[in-house]
Design a binder for this molecule. Structure first.
Ligand code: GAR
Length: 215
């Protein structure tokens, strides 16, 4: 059974999707720990309720990114993770941290990268008038919201959408693609080789999810 450490900063619904997949017998993982950089993150309580070891390391208690990331890595490494999963972890990571976890650090971002990296992705998608939006799971590189893409899900932008309705449509897909990506990884069907994603050939079609609203 592979060891996973999940990093969160807030609500933790992507973390919950992973817990639910595990509990349904769909995802053979040991969630060794959930770690937040914000003590008040709602997801910490959810993790504790699910019987998962939960820690917080308040980034505000550190002089800079290097010292915070060093403390974070020390905490993570106690759990010997095969994979570190960023699930709404809203921190820019140092290059040293990212290199330490090369090939075993993944992130989910609420846009079809490379469009709309950063914050307020749904509002920006509405302002740009794009017709297709979505989410991306990728291996992490030192550049924010950037890296080899594992899986993407596309949703339509509908007339009358608000930031909230669009975010909800994307989030539904996030909860599908993240367990899928983690499943591939723990099954040994997904690796990072020379900076490129290698996915088992029979799974390639599944790396694009199109929501049913797209005709
Ligand atoms: C999710 O929409 C995730 O894609 C996004 O934060 C949200 C966290 O929600 N992540 C990023 O924007 C990373 N750049 P959650 O706490 O309910 O999983």
């Amino acid at each position: 059974m592979k060891n996973i450490v999940i990093l969160i900063s807030g609500r933790g619904s992507n973390m919950e999707a992973l817990i639910a997949a595990r509990d349904a017998g769909d995802l053979p993982i040991n969630i060794a720990a959930v770690i937040s950089n914000r003590p008040e993150a709602e997801g910490l309580e959810t993790a504790v309720r699910a019987g998962i070891t939960a820690h917080f390391i308040n980034h505000k208690g550190f002089a800079g990114r290097e010292s915070f990331d060093a403390a974070l890595a020390e905490c993570i490494d106690q759990f010997s993770p095969d994979l570190v999963v960023l699930a709404g972890f809203m921190r820019i990571l140092t290059e040293g941290f990212v290199r330490h976890y090369e090939g075993r650090l993944v992130n989910i971002h609420p846009s079809l990268l490379p469009s709309f990296s950063g914050l307020h992705t749904h509002q920006r998608a509405l302002e740009e008038g794009v017709r297709i939006h979505g989410c991306t799971v990728h291996f992490v590189t030192p550049t924010l919201d950037h890296g080899p893409v594992i899986i993407q899900a596309a949703v339509p932008v509908l007339d009358g959408d608000t930031e909230a309705t669009l975010a909800a449509r994307v989030l539904q897909q996030e909860h599908k693609v993240y367990p899928q990506a983690v499943r591939w990884f723990v099954d040994g069907r997904l690796t990072l080789e020379n900076g490129r994603v290698r996915l088992a050939a029979d799974q390639a079609d599944a790396a694009v999810m199109i929501s049913p609203e797209i005709r």
